[in-house]
Each structure stands twice: as C-alpha cells, then as structure tokens.
Design a protein around this ligand. Sequence first.
Ligand code: FAD
Length: 398
Amino acid sequence: MKTHNTGYSAKLNMSNQGIIYDAIVVGAGIEGSSTAYHLAKSGKKTLLLEQFPLPHSRGSSHGQSRITRKAYGPQEHYTIMMEESYRLTDVLESECGEQLFINCGCLAFGPKDHPFVSGAVEALSRHGAPHDVFNVEEQRRRYPYLALPSDFKVVLDKTGGLLRADKILQAFQKQFQRFGGTLLDGEPMLDLYPGDIVSIKTTKGVHRARSVVLALGAWAAKFLPRIGVNVPLEPLKITVCYWEEKNGKHFSIENFPTFMSESGTGNNTIYGLPSEEYPGLVKICLHHGPAIDPDNRDGVDNQWVLDTIKMIVHTHFPTLEKEPRIVETCIYTNTPDKDFILDLHPSWKNVVIAAGFSGHGFKLAPVVGKVLSQLATGQKPAYDMSHFKIDRFFKNKL
Ligand SMILES: Cc1cc2nc3c(=O)[nH]c(=O)nc-3n(C[C@H](O)[C@H](O)[C@H](O)COP(=O)(O)OP(=O)(O)OC[C@H]3O[C@@H](n4cnc5c(N)ncnc54)[C@H](O)[C@@H]3O)c2cc1C
C-alpha cells in the first residue's frame, strides 16, 4: 500500500515481530469493544488494546446506566440506525444471559416549536416507533413530580429506556474473548506505523495487523493530529449528579422514564434516568461542561456546571433535594455538528477512525461496532455514511 505525506515521519524499530492479526482495535471503551466483538464474531483474528487496566473510569464508557431511545430531533439517521442497535443488543443479551436493557421509555421535552421535539415526533412517526405526544397539562397528570413551563411539548418514546452500561461493556469484552479475540489492557499505544501491515508500537512491544481501528475516545483529540488527521474534537468534563427524593419513590424505574430536555436557551439541555443505579437516587446531568485535556480531567473548575444543574433541578424537580448526594465524572468528545466520525484515514485505507461520539454514542455502539468492523474489512456499511465523513469539516476550505 502507498502511504502519503501526512507530516508523520516516525521510524519503527521492529523489535517484536510476532503474529499478524487481521485487525487491531485500539481503545476498549464501548465503541472499540463492540467493534472488536463484531470482528472476532465474524472469524477475524483480532487484538483489542487498552491503555488502562480494565475496568477503568477515566474515559466515557464507565458507569452503570445510559439512556437509549429512537427519538432523535433533526438527526433522523440515528433513528434509522437504532433499529439495528436494539436488535444487536437483544443478541448480546441472549449470548451473555443477562438483562441489559430496561424498557421504561424515554421522555423528550422542550419548547413547542423547537426542532428537538418536533423533529423527534416526525422521526418516530416516519419509522413506525410507538410514541405519545402530549402537552404540559397531560404531562402534569402522568408525571406530577415534573414541573415544566406551560409552553413545552412532550413526546414519550415507548421504545426507549435504560441500558445497563457496565454490563454491556463487560458483555462485549467477554463475548469478544469467547469468539477467540485477544484483549490486552494496561498497554498504551505510543505510535502507529502505516503500510499494508500496520504496526502499533506500545509500551510493551509492537503488534501488527492488516487493519487498525482507532477508537480512542477523548484521546483521539491528542493522537489523531499526530497521524495527519486534524478534526475539530472537543473533550468536555461532564459532571454526573445523583439526587435524592425528599419523600416517596416517584422517580423509581417503575414510575418514571428516562428523559432528555432541550431548554431552547443556551447550554441548559439536561437528561436523566430514574433511580436504579444507586437505590433511591435519580441521575440528572447537564449535557455540557468545561473543555478539558483527558489526562488532566479533574484539574478543571466545574462549579458553574453544578450551579446551573442545581438551579434547573430546583425549578423542574421540586421534590428532589437541593444538593446532589453523589457527584461523579465522565467525558464527552464533541464534534461541532454532534455527528460521529466513522471513516477511513484520508490516506491509509486500512486505518479506520472512530471518534466524536458527542455524548450520545452508547446506545448506538452495537451498530457502530458492526459498521466499523465492516470498514476495517473492506465492506460497505448499509447506512448513509456521509454524516460521518472526516472531510465534512473541510469542504468549505477546499
Ligand atoms: C456522563 C455521560 C452520560 C452519557 N449518557 C449517554 C446516554 O445516556 N446515552 C448514550 O447513548 N450515550 C451517552 N453517553 C455517551 C457515551 O457514553 C459515549 O459516547 C461513549 O461511551 C464513547 O465511547 P468511546 O469508546 O468512544 O470512548 P471511551 O469509553 O473513552 O473509550 C476509549 C478508550 O480508548 C482508550 N485509549 C485511548 N488512547 C489509547 C491509547 N493510546 N492506547 C490504548 N488505549 C487508548 C481509553 O483509555 C478508553 O478506554 C454519555 C457519556 C457521559 C460521559
């Protein structure tokens, strides 16, 4: 294979030439683990490489819960992909013999004319997903402990619910190994050397493969420029808050769905999950945070996030305590348009890049992993990939 001038000129000391894998996936978060699972399941000799000892909580895929939904505002391509993602989650569930999804529904709410809600209703209707649309009067009847402004519109996506995130991550990694895959953790990739056979230099040696998938989460923002890929990725620190109810269990998973809201003003979008992860505590977070370097995640001031989310919870969830009981941290890696990057390296066609999951990549990981495994093995995915191209950021510059 020809390599092109990307400004990348590292030299490899071929000190450790062992086996040649069909594919190496770098990054054992949810996207890399799903990709490795699909590759191994289709008979490919695959290595999954992770920088930290597993499990770890330094990236984006840790924690016990995530929202899943087909309700997607203007980004209907995700509604389309969710159909297969649900099916693949079912398959994983039966392979691992554990419940991975709780179908408690997902509420999307926001100002009446905001495309977040109207777009979601249109997408759900077009794709035959069961849902209810109602006004705030009806919302107060169904969910009296949620206080919304009277000009809001609400849609209940009945396909939605809660994913058991940590169990799904473990299931992908376990099944990957059951299908013959090799998982090495605590071994950071230091460099990548392109060619018909790609070499990955790590702290412990060199691994070689016919193709490589880079699923580096927030670390993509640091590594991709080194291989000539300068995409606008912004890692953000997300403050994950758990709130206690003053009285009762009105936000238990039997009584309350997951939810996403769009305030229509500024960066006040929130999302939440009923109490399930920690007994009696509701998870409600701001969908935004300060920009960070993933290697210095905790050194940044996030007081404004806590102040904003406390104000929102106080206004819209008056039966919750005013201070969060537990606060944890996670990372988003945003692109300017919030669409993922799922594409081949511009010059090296056996290097696949997966990045920019923009705070909504977990629910789609089962299908994203399949798509990435197809890109890594020269197959054409069944989806419109134009949304995920690297060159979308540079079209105007050409
Ligand atoms: C608080 C929070 C709530 C969220 N809620 C939802 C939700 O409700 N629904 C939803 O769909 N999505 C949600 N998301 C988004 C979703 O969790 C992420 O999109 C997804 O986890 C991204 O996974 P990833 O594999 O890209 O990144 P990561 O999980 O960070 O994985 C990347 C991995 O690559 C490894 N790595 C990096 N560099 C190297 C290297 N040089 N060598 C070896 N390994 C390396 C890292 O250590 C890491 O393990 C949420 C995210 C957060 C933070």
